[in-house]
Design a protein around this ligand. Structure first.
Ligand code: GAL
Length: 709
């Protein structure tokens, strides 16, 4: 992108406003420091009034106005809401739900992703837009579709039935025997004798075939990717060199974000934590870490967040004063180069008229607009971080295929959810000031010191071996219960659990023993405090090489292991066979991080976010109280322009972005002097002191690659 510094703006829907407002919009955008807006996301019916009838004059005008005002454009392909004339001509493009109900127009995203009529019309529109605007100087980025899968993640219409069968024929090499074997169709007499018998998993008397459901999840995500890629191909051919993205959603199970990532020139995400949720900042931080990881560490864009309230919860609490800034800074700290909101000006008509805008109904003499202007100034001050990266020593594994299979019904417990477990692990690491990436289980893990596998229930042979190799060559793994259970067909791997990781973990699991709803067990062992407890899950673990770190308290598992450690190759494998209380989880993670030589970014109170981006140390107080933090070295705060040293106190929701504070591992502060290698508890570090041209001194530490515990 050509924007220097952090992009700032939002969805801009001038089609909802008379022309007179457009000039005022540009003036207000300038006042607020806006430099990027997304134009036309839901403008298809204004752009095209019939077959071949395009009206682009108004977009020309809007783009010229914006450009003249110094504002760049993320131009939407406008394909997320097909116009009514198109639906009338092709009613078969309307999606059908699993219960057989065909969804009507009058809302949005009312298209079947497999519909040839929808795809052809969408691609024609994209071609027209690309030809018209590829050379427009305001164009910064193409914005393809909108939130793929939102509202309609899958379709069961007849077109989809045919497309699903074609997809299955390709997957199983036209071999019905292979499909029958993968789907285990001898169970409950489900044997398929001709391709045409196959239907998408819809309403049925009871549990549907799980592999049918898993394949349908793969197919449905793939069809959405197909829509995205088809548009991207048109843009690549007609607007070469112009980056393209789509706004993916935070923690959205139906769409495999890893499959989209390679086709996105810049990753982008929409994130709408509930402002009333005390963990709102964790949602934003995790969305950022995931989106950054999808792009291999490259800067990304927060494509949508609410300036204040949304309109789609039952009760829509606005962001508190300062919360827009707080969450935006979290996104920037975690690698975002763009902070965009939905939307620029609050609508007065339509289903979203009570959704906040950067310009509220009450106008500019408002709290929200003042905060919008202030955020523009803050982001301008953070220009030096644009383009810089965040690095992490820890990866949490995330695999949509495993997630789909994990949360199918009829499992030992309905309470094993990937997102919930991820959030608990993430929160504990966040409060310990440890930065994390997410990684696909089959990805190269060699750059990490610690890899956490939360409920990686479905695992391929290659991915299982990948984690084993990582530990063998010196890494530390923490595997949680209900991991390594099934193969990619969702068949239980033979033998005891977790079949592919028994040697790695030095144990096997004989029997799952989930705890009844609300029930708990006491935990004992070296890492257990006096009231350590377990809930949700237990299992009968037998050790062959591993040693217990936690044990269960009650019959019939009293004294048997609840968490274990096992030295394997040059590394360490930790297993967690239950869901411990928050403190015990924090102790287990602290113990594991120490063994893995994962160090906190800074020794700071919990609830104060500490993350490094490039040379800048971000500290953000997400607690409700003024909180003191001790700085290891003096630094200059990009946000306030002040030089800070020693003990600083951050007001609630306040933040600093410090330049000049060296990456000093917490356990080394004050213990090293001079250049050269640093020995001792912290291991193989090399210190480098540079005198910068502006007179400041920068000290940095490079960590060695030795990950042995
Ligand atoms: C998003 C969507 C936007 C807007 C927003 C409201 O899901 O992409 O168009 O509807 O929600 O919060």
């Amino acid at each position: 992108m050509t924007i220097r510094g952090i992009a700032y703006g939002g969805d801009y829907n001038p089609e909802q406003w008379p022309r007179e407002v457009w000039a005022e919009d540009v003036a207000l955008m300038q006042r607020a420091g806006v430099n990027l807006v997304t134009v036309g996301v839901f403008a298809w019916s204004r752009i095209q009034s019939g077959p071949g009838q395009f009206d682009l004059g108004w977009i020309d005008e809007v783009l010229d106005l914006l450009y003249d005002g110094g504002i760049r454009v993320d131009l939407a392909t406008a394909t997320a809401s097909p116009p009514s004339w198109l639906v009338a001509a092709h009613p078969e493009m309307l999606p059908v739900r699993a219960d057989g109900v065909r969804l009507g127009p009058g809302s949005r995203q009312h298209f079947c992703p497999s519909s040839p009529a929808y795809r052809a019309a969408a691609l024609e529109l994209v071609a027209v837009l690309a030809d018209r605007y590829r050379d427009h100087p305001a164009l910064e980025l193409w914005h393809i579709g909108n939130e793929y899968g939102c509202h309609v993640p899958a379709c069961h219409c007849e077109v989809s039935q045919t497309a699903f069968r074609a997809w299955l024929r390709a997957r199983y090499g036209d071999d019905l025997a292979a499909l029958n074997s993968a789907w285990g169709t001898d169970f409950w007499s489900q044997r398929i004798t001709a391709w045409d018998e196959i239907r998408t998993p819809a309403a049925a008397p009871t549990f549907l075939n799980p592999t049918l459901q898993l394949d349908f999840a793969r197919f449905s995500s793939g069809e959405l990717l197909g829509c995205y890629r088809a548009e991207r191909d048109v843009l690549a051919a007609r607007s070469p060199g112009m980056p393209a993205t789509t706004n993916l959603m935070t923690f959205f199970r139906p769409v495999d974000s890893w499959s989209f990532a390679p086709y996105m020139d810049v990753q982008s995400v929409d994130c709408y934590p509930d402002p009333a949720d005390p963990a709102a900042h964790l949602t934003m931080a995790a969305a950022g870490d995931i989106t950054r990881s999808l792009g291999g560490g490259q800067p990304w864009i927060l494509m949508e967040q609410a300036p204040a309230a949304v309109n789609w919860r039952f009760v829509n609490v606005p962001k508190a004063p300062g919360q827009l800034r707080e969450l935006s800074l979290t996104a920037v700290a975690r690698g975002s180069d763009g902070i965009l909101q939905f939307q620029w000006r609050a609508s007065v008509a339509g289903a979203e008229k009570f959704h906040s805008g950067m310009v509220p109904h009450a106008g500019t003499d408002t709290r929200v607009f003042r905060e919008v202007e202030a955020l523009g100034r803050d982001l301008a001050a953070l220009a030096p971080v644009a383009g810089t990266r965040v690095t992490a020593d820890v990866a949490i594994l995330l695999d949509w295929e495993s997630w789909w299979a994990l949360e199918l019904e009829a499992h030992p417990s309905g309470y094993v959810w990937w997102v919930i477990t991820f959030q608990h692990l993430y929160a504990a690491l966040f409060d310990a000031h440890v930065t994390v990436d997410v990684a696909h289980p089959a990805a190269d893990l060699s750059g990490y010191r610690l890899v956490i596998a939360p409920h990686i229930y479905l695992v391929s042979d290659a991915a299982a071996e990948n984690l084993t190799t990582f530990v063998r060559s010196g890494g530390t793994a923490l595997v949680t219960y209900f991991s390594g259970i099934v193969d990619p067909d969702d068949h239980v791997r033979p033998g005891s659990y977790p079949a592919p990781w028994k040697d790695l973990l030095g144990l096997h699991v004989e029997e799952h023993w989930p705890l009844a709803e609300g029930a708990t067990d006491l935990l004992g062992g070296t890492l257990a405090g006096p009231s350590a407890s377990a809930s949700l899950w237990r299992e009968q673990v037998h050790l062959h090489g591993a040693e217990p770190l936690l044990t269960f308290g009650s019959a019939p598992l009293a004294g048997s292991p609840a968490a274990t450690r096992h030295a394997y190759g040059d590394g360490l494998a930790v297993y967690l066979a239950t869901w411990p209380d928050r403190e015990t989880l924090a102790s287990l993670l602290a113990w594991t991080c120490e063994r893995a030589r994962v160090r906190p970014v800074l020794d700071a109170p919990a609830g104060v976010e500490a993350v490094r981006r490039g040379d800048v140390l971000f500290l953000i107080n997400h607690t409700a109280e003024p909180t003191a933090v001790d700085l290891p070295e003096p630094g200059r705060d990009l946000l306030s322009g002040r030089s800070l040293s020693g003990r600083i106190t951050l007001a609630p929701r306040d933040a600093v972005a410090l330049v000049g504070v060296a990456d000093v591992p917490a356990d080394l502060v004050g213990t090293v002097h001079g250049d050269g290698p640093v020995a001792g508890a912290a291991g193989d570090l090399r210190r480098r002191i540079e005198d910068l041209p502006d007179g400041r001194r920068r000290t940095s530490y490079r960590r060695g690659l030795d990950r042995r515990p």
